[in-house]
Design a protein around this ligand. Sequence first.
Ligand code: 2IT
Length: 444
Amino acid sequence: MKADIKEFIANLERRTPGENEFHQAVEEVIESVWSYYEKHPRYQKAKILERMVEPERVIMFRVPWVDDRDDVQINRGYRIEFNSALGPYKGGLRFHASVTLSILKFLGFEQTFKNSLTTLPMGGGKGGSDFSPKGKTDGEIMRFCQSFMTELYRHIGPNTDVPAGDIGVGGREIGYLFGQYKRMKNEFTGVLTGKGLAWGGSLIRPEATGFGAVYFLEHMLKRIDKTIDGQIVSVSGFGNVAWGVITKINELGGKVVTISGPDGYIYDADGITGEKVDYLLELRATNNDIVEPYAEEFGAKFVEGKHPWEVPVDVAMPCATENEVTLEDAENLVKNGCKLLAEVSNMGCTTEAMEYLSENIDYAPGKAVNAGGVAVSGLEMSQNSMRINWPREEVDARLKGIMKDIHETCVEYGLSGSKVDYVKGANVGGFVKVAEAMLAQGVV
Ligand code: 2IT
């Protein structure tokens, strides 16, 4: 690592002790953009990078609620308003026991560059709570969401900050959050995305992250003269994003052979198709957060306590959570003939795994691959502003166009020889627009 990058990171670590995931996300971007930054003294003079790693605002608050046994519960709520150079803060809410300030800062930081890549006018933000909806009743989830929004409502708005879902926040939670916002502000407005179709939601939003990732994969494969038809794919997770990826891969003739949960992974050599894909929705609705029942239902193999990256495949698509692919996993994938890893989870690979994969196969980072989710959120905002709903074909065509543009941006900034450095391409491509906007807007 270059001395001045080292110093930059050391400074960041001094100011944000213990925020390991945040440091990891910043380091990846800094390494990518540093040579570009050095070539542009006006960026340095304006301290663009130093400003970019400091969120514009961090909100932390108490979320008290009463569970079904009449016990008082206390969770912590957060909203990181990271960067508004390109538009209102935009990014999801994560409800999961593992949520910390560091995790939300890493996600908010990444979101800024991801949103920039989508070409839509959105700044970067992220929020959530250490509350996990898994194992809770509907009533408990509603009371939690209402308490959470009772504080959050004063900080957000359709022109200020527009949250959406992430892990643990789906249509049900968005509904409860929206209801409470509307009640408190007496305003029916596009303040959240991922809404139900009857009350301002967009077609394709639930599928967008997974579909967009597969559209991106198509462009990656095209560069090496391949198509999705016939590819064997491993997927992790079994939530909304994994479901979207599996549905689209099937449609395009590929075969997905794995899914996973916190309990282990499923290997289904025949492919996860037809009623098995519908079963994923059932599995999620049981609220247990385990995949093992799939094995009993369809006679597939369940491997306890392991990640699916030991299964030989052509393409790997992590769809669960950060740092879910370690160096050892990456080595296993490559050893077993994997040619391409398209990261769908945010920062799905550890730094070591990412470096190893970039050197050995085609690897693209989450902020490019999964940007279809927030892109369709951006399209939901447009539809809300115009008070119309676009048909399915219109949203899908726009999503396809955006994923193509993101891939082209990665190639533009990441091409080295005949290979594309997707990490550099995504980071520099995302950075340039934000940096230019910050310069134009002065020292704020
Ligand atoms: O990580 C992400 O991009 C999301 N969770 C979606 C954010 C959004 O505002 O739709």
